[in-house]
Design a protein around this ligand. Structure first.
Ligand code: NAD
Length: 504
């Protein structure tokens, strides 16, 4: 599998093509900081070509109008091909992102499920409403695809997040232009190869690689793109909303997080420990729903922290391709610098920093040691800002009211986790937290039928399950008269106006 990886091209109108400018940028391996290959750097001209192809495929191609059965045959074929190529997908993903291979294998499997799931949902759950109104009317709703969907994705779980968007967008009959993150282009290219192999009509699915300020911004500004589904940083999301205003696009925003995990003394502490450690250090800590703020009930603070330290010391840090690796290198040297800088800030803010050791031979990679920031205060920068690495701020609390106040005293609102064996308290706290999602006595597991998304600065809207239909479709209402309802008869016989009656 260590064969040379060929350069990445755009996929436009059913063909792999160079960019209009002929420019390429380097794609770097986070484990070695060596160049993996070169990637076509898309500009406005490439976005224009991709949108043109997608619009033509939407307006005049067979995709939107073919029978649901036929369209779902394509969608299921994509799922089969993802499974067939799963090993290569997880290899490319780990090479590109530094995510441990044991974790990217699960993500590849989940990606295939996304397509199967939407094939099923579109057949069985994309149903309208019908109202029989006073025996006079029939009102009913239908769902129609929106048009050209612009999908913009981040680098932290690229393939899975891309398929989360591509599967419902295509299954509901839209055509797509995907702009993947510039730091993780390999699996988006593989997805294009798979969709090509699945034989979708040309122009239905397109990928333009490149940077946010050029390729991404051009997609957002394009008048023929009807919606933007975005996952990424909060500040980027806010800019995209502003930039999409002139062309009145629908937008869906899945943004950053700084999610609390609250552990009470009465919880199953062994399980809570497993979940807390997994929740911050899986995906190298580059996880939007990471439990990056840990609140421990005061009576268990010391003992729980001791156990955390033991786990942190024992985490296997290493080559992302090693099936035993638990934490790999961060995506890029720039991001590594940002995260390392937060560890310095934590020291300046007075937190006690406890880190694992990174072996000397790994230092050429972007390794940040799994790190606990102990005795934090909620007002510290490191307890408020999204670090997006294997770094967790740890705090203590005494009462339920206090911990709810602290948990909510943050601008984000993506996820929350509560551990207690008092089931009433579990529900009470979960419902009091300002977050789009909360888990009680559970790590982050999600059924595909359930909505995903955040509140406050963590996002706008929900995707997943049938919630994706609201976003990827237009609902149209048809009003039909089935009776003989009265209609005002304007202009039927001319009445003298009040003024002319007076003069007469
Ligand atoms: P990012 O915002 O830097 O980039 C995301 C994508 O947006 C990339 O493809 C980038 O090229 C593009 N982009 C950047 N500027 C743009 C612009 N002006 N116009 C259009 N596109 C532009 O995010 P990232 O660093 O790739 O990802 C990490 C962030 O993503 C974290 O904040 C994380 O919490 C968030 N995230 C959120 C979720 C969620 O579901 N809520 C899931 C995963 C990641």
């Amino acid at each position: 599998m260590a064969a040379k990886i060929s350069n990445v091209l755009h996929y436009i109108n059913g063909e792999f093509v160079e960019g209009a400018s002929g420019n390429y940028f380097e794609n770097i391996n986070p484990f070695t900081n060596e160049v993996i290959n070169e990637v076509a750097g898309g500009l406005k001209e490439d976005i224009d070509a991709a949108v043109r192809a997608a619009k033509e495929a939407f307006d005049n191609g067979p995709w939107r109008t073919m029978s649901v059965q036929e369209r779902m045959t394509y969608i299921l074929r994509i799922a089969d091909l993802i499974e067939k190529h799963a090993e290569e997908i997880s290899y490319l993903e780990s090479l590109d992102t530094g995510l441990p291979i044991s974790q990217t294998k699960k993500q590849a499997a989940r990606a295939a499920e996304n397509f199967r799931f939407y094939a099923e949902m579109v057949k069985s759950r994309m149903v309208g409403e019908a109202y029989h109104v006073d025996g006079q009317f029939l009102n009913y709703t239908i769902y129609k695809p929106v048009g050209v969907a612009g999908l913009i994705t981040p680098w932290n779980a690229p393939f899975m997040l891309e398929t989360w968007k591509v599967a419902p967008a295509l299954a509901t009959g839209n055509t797509v232009v995907l702009k993947p993150a510039e730091w993780s282009p390999l699996t988006a290219n593989k997805l294009a190869e798979i969709i090509h192999e699945a034989g979708l009509p040309k122009g239905v699915f397109n990928v333009v690689h490149g940077f946010g300020e050029t390729a991404g911004a051009s997609l957002v500004a394009h008048p023929d793109v009807r919606l933007i589904s975005f996952t990424g940083e909060t500040t980027t999301g806010s800019e995209i909303i502003k930039n999409s205003a002139d062309t009145l696009k629908k937008t869906s925003m899945e943004l950053g997080g700084k999610s609390p995990v609250i552990v009470f003394a009465d919880a199953d502490l062994e399980k809570a420990l497993d979940a807390v450690v997994w929740g911050i250090f899986s995906f190298n800590g580059e996880r939007c729903t990471a439990n990056s703020r840990l609140f421990l009930e005061k009576s268990i603070y010391d003992s729980f922290v001791e156990k955390l330290k033991e786990r942190v010391k024992n985490i296997s840090i290493g080559d992302p391709m090693d099936p035993l690796t638990e934490v790999g290198p961060l995506i890029h040297r720039k991001h590594w610098e940002t995260v390392m800088n937060y560890i310095e800030i934590a020291k300046q803010e007075g937190a006690e920093v406890y880190s694992a050791d990174v072996p000397e031979e790994l230092k050429k990679g972007n390794f940040v040691p799994p790190t606990l920031l102990l005795n934090c205060h909620n007002s510290m920068k490191v307890a408020q800002e999204e670090i997006f690495g294997p770094v967790m701020a740890v705090m203590s609390f005494e009462t339920e009211e206090e911990v709810i106040r602290m948990a909510n005293d943050v601008k984000y609102g993506l996820a929350a986790y509560v551990w207690t064996n008092d089931i009433k308290r579990g529900h009470r706290i979960a419902q009091s937290i300002e977050s789009g999602m909360a888990w009680v006595n559970s790590q982050n597991v999600r059924d595909l039928r359930i909505p995903f998304g955040g509140t406050k600065y963590s996002g706008i809207g929900r995707e997943g399950g049938h919630y994706s239909f609201d976003f990827y479709t237009e609902v149209q209402v048809i009003h039909v008269s089935i009776g003989d309802h009265p209609i005002p008869k304007f202009g039927k016989s001319k009445q003298p106006s009040a003024a002319s009656a007076q003069h007469g």
